[in-house]
Design a protein around this ligand. Structure first.
Ligand SMILES: Nc1ncnc2c1ncn2[C@@H]1O[C@H](COP(=O)(O)OP(=O)(O)OP(=O)(O)O)[C@@H](O)[C@H]1O
Ligand SMILES: [Mg+2]
Length: 400
């Protein structure tokens, strides 16, 4: 309802104003002087103040100036009423930011018409303000998103740089280990100069060197996987993605996790005819990583860790199933696991990495990412026996 505050010490004028706005669409308040007007305006936040200039105490001009500058009063329209109509008087009114000026005695119809115009203006202003606020919120959210992406990109580049620079020193280690193994072998070959105790020591050195070389070989492989993942993920635009390849690469990357590498029985069934899909590589690698990571966490406590990943397709969609033999999901949680911040891992802080607590954002972010492709993530689970998550992507993903 439109709220009007009439300020006048003349009861007859106040009554006239009241009559003009007595319909149900207005709620009318009144004040006799400037101080009272300010106090009421703060309390009722009127849309329009009809303000007589000749009031006791602080005059209408000063009251208007304060109404327009008071931070506790939301932008309000002010219509000044005065018995004096000289140009100077009017100008003085506009100087204190009055929106309109009427000379007494006023015509009730004209007063109503002017008030109507001001109220429409106010409504327009309010709408603009609310659009602005919404726009600001969107811009702020987008800016945060961009800053976050930029930070991730910089961090990604940093990691890539460090990892890349590890390759040099590692190849020196490998080369020197190889060289010293050859030297040791040469000594062993010159049989007549080597005593038995010396032979034993040299054989031990050779075996240690073989261990070093094996370990360095693994680190090199890990670096290669990381670099390759980085190369694919750094392309921030749509490309043809072979999901079989992507999964294989992600699995190689996950091999760095010793539990994943040694304790989990993996079965991977790829449909060799799987069509490629168009998308941003990092969106899909993030989903695969999250699914496998959740599966690992669900299987962590159990003795039997089995992960089955299957790709398949039909006329309309390309699908990936992730089946694990973990704890499964309680029926009452099935609907909630995709909600932001829903986690059953909260508060389990300990030195154990897998129990370090979850944010509950993994599935939410994956769902959001997939929604932009018209893709869905669904789940089936038998508590205590495991869960199957299915990512189903339209063969012709709609948009980004
Ligand atoms: N494979 C799974 N088996 C059993 N429960 C799962 C599985 N995947 C997800 N959940 C359940 O869904 C919840 C939400 O998963 P989500 O990935 O969104 O968050 P989180 O894993 O708890 O935390 P974060 O991903 O931030 O580490 C998990 O806390 C878990 O209860
Ligand atoms: Mg998770």
């Amino acid at each position: 309802m439109t709220c009007i505050l009439a300020v006048d010490d003349d009861h007859i004028d106040l009554e006239l104003i009241r009559r003009s706005f007595k319909s149900e669409e207005y709620s009318l308040f009144s004040a006799q002087n400037g101080e009272e007007a300010l106090e009421k305006a703060r309390a009722i936040q009127p849309d329009l103040v009809i303000l007589d200039i000749m009031i006791p105490g602080m005059d209408g001009y000063e009251t208007c100036r304060r109404l327009k500058t008071d931070p506790d009063i939301d932008s309000v329209m002010v219509l000044l009423l005065s018995g004096r109509g000289s140009v100077e008087d009017r100008l003085k009114g506009y100087q204190v930011h009055a929106d309109d000026y009427m000379i007494k005695p006023f015509d009730l119809k004209e007063l109503k018409a002017k008030a109507g115009t001001l109220l429409r203006l106010k409504q327009g202003q309010d709408e603009l303000k609310s659009i602005n606020r919404r726009l600001e919120a969107v811009i702020n959210a987008k800016t945060r998103e961009l800053v976050e992406k930029e930070r991730e990109a910089i961090f990604g580049q940093l990691v890539q740089g460090i990892v890349h620079n590890l390759k040099g020193p590692l190849s020196v280690v490998l080369m020197k280990a190889d060289l010293s193994a050859h030297c040791a072998q040469d000594i062993l070959n010159a049989e007549q100069d080597v005593t038995d105790p010396q032979r034993l020591i040299i054989e031990k050195i050779l075996s240690h060197q073989a261990n070093v070389m094996e370990a360095v070989g693994k680190i090199e492989q890990l670096i290669e996987n990381l670099l390759e993942k980085g190369r694919f993920e750094s392309v921030d635009e749509r490309q043809d993605i072979d999901l079989n390849d992507l999964i294989e690469r992600e699995m190689a990357f996950l091999e760095a996790d010793l539990e994943f590498k040694h304790d989990v029985e993996k079965r991977i069934d790829m449909d060799p005819g799987l069509p490629t899909i168009k998308g941003v590589y990092a969106d899909f690698s993030q989903v695969v990583y999250n699914m496998v990571h959740n599966a690992l966490e669900a299987m962590h406590e159990g003795p039997d860790k089995k992960l089955h990943i299957r790709t398949r397709f039909d006329d309309s969609s390309v699908n990936i199933d992730f089946t694990d033999s973990g704890v499964g999901i309680a029926p009452e949680d099935l609907d909630r696991i995709f909600d932001p911040h829903f986690t059953t891992k909260a508060g389990k802080f300990s030195s154990d990495r897998r129990n370090s607590g979850g944010t509950g954002l993994g599935l939410f972010i994956c769902t959001r990412l997939m929604e932009t492709y018209g893709a869905t993530i669904s789940v089936k689970s038998v508590p205590g026996e495991g869960a199957t998550f299915t990512v189903s992507i339209p063969r012709d993903p709609v948009k980004l």
